[in-house]
Design a protein around this ligand. Structure first.
Ligand SMILES: NC(=O)c1ccc[n+]([C@@H]2O[C@H](COP(=O)([O-])OP(=O)(O)OC[C@H]3O[C@@H](n4cnc5c(N)ncnc54)[C@H](OP(=O)(O)O)[C@@H]3O)[C@@H](O)[C@H]2O)c1
Length: 258
């Protein structure tokens, strides 16, 4: 039998109650990791913890809103007190609100920035001291192809993910002498609950949309092979390059397509 790649590694995953986080938790569990699962929906976390236990993993969960800074501080401490170390932090919780920017409420704009960007930064801020002490650790920021090319009707979302890109890029340089790894991970269109919650058109039949299991598998590879940047779709990677070379022209095409 092949050796499990994450045997006894402790993985903290936010946004574990559905989609990419849900699939990533199970993928890590199958590879021998111990898990701390985080999201607001407690029943889902309880169910996932039980599935992960059946896969042979020790799994705990904490139901919280990542917008609550106090809870993030408690989360890092609780993970350490339960497991003794944190080897992988997957900042995955995310939301979007689809629509013209001027029609969004201030609460919707703030929710997107706080959930996708601020919570990623604040939880990472809590976890880094433990990783520095260990002299090892991986921080995976689940971002988006929209971190490097913008589309209309998702202005707050693009702003949050461009922010995650900037944060990840700076942090990687800062932490490279401490043996810590930072990955900016960019899924493309993925079949999850995201579009429904964001009030976006259904993507389940789109030939471009992939499963959350396919994304999860690449997240594990990105940790294992210490990838700095990972873009799920090769076509998207090309589009991003084109966007940076010819921003005005690409902007017109994107406007036409959306
Ligand atoms: N689906 C796509 O096409 C796609 C493409 C590119 C990038 N992404 C990114 O992938 C990540 C995962 O999204 P997904 O597609 O898997 O969507 P999803 O199925 O809607 O999952 C989002 C997760 O985030 C959690 N979450 C949202 N707000 C939270 C809050 N305030 N506090 C705690 N947890 C919160 C949700 O749990 P609760 O509701 O239980 O709190 C859920 O577990 C996101 O960062 C998203 O931006 C998705």
């Amino acid at each position: 039998m092949s050796k499990k790649r994450f045997a006894n590694k402790v993985v903290l995953i936010t946004g574990a109650s559905s989609g990419i986080g849900w699939a990533t938790a199970q993928a890590f569990a199958s590879e021998g990791a111990f898990l701390m699962l985080v999201a607001r929906r407690e029943e889902r976390l309880k169910e996932l913890a039980s599935i992960c236990k059946q896969l042979g993993s020790r799994s705990e969960y904490m139901a919280l809103d990542v917008q609550n800074q106090q809870k993030l501080n408690e989360l890092a401490k609780k993970t350490i007190s339960m497991f003794g170390h944190i080897d992988v932090l997957v900042n995955n919780a995310g939301v979007g609100h689809y629509g013209d920017f001027d029609t969004q409420t201030a609460d919707q704009i703030t929710q997107v920035i706080n959930t996708n960007l601020t919570s990623t930064m604040l939880l990472t801020h809590q976890v880094i001291p433990y990783m520095k002490e260990q002299g090892s650790g991986s921080i995976i920021n689940v971002s988006s192809v929209l971190s490097q090319r913008a589309i209309p009707k998702l202005a707050s979302y693009c702003a949050s993910k461009f922010g995650v890109w900037g944060f990840s890029s700076a942090l990687r340089i800062e932490l490279q002498n401490f043996g810590l790894h930072v990955c900016h991970f960019c899924p493309g269109l993925t079949k999850t609950e995201f579009q429904q919650h964001a009030n976006m058109p259904d993507v389940s039949q789109s030939p471009r949309a992939v499963s959350s299991e396919a994304v999860a598998s690449k997240i594990l590879d990105a940790v294992y092979f210490k990838k700095n940047e990972y873009m799920m779709s090769k076509a998207e990677a090309m589009l991003v390059r084109f966007y940076w070379l010819f921003p005005r022209f690409t902007g017109r095409i994107i406007k036409f397509l959306n």
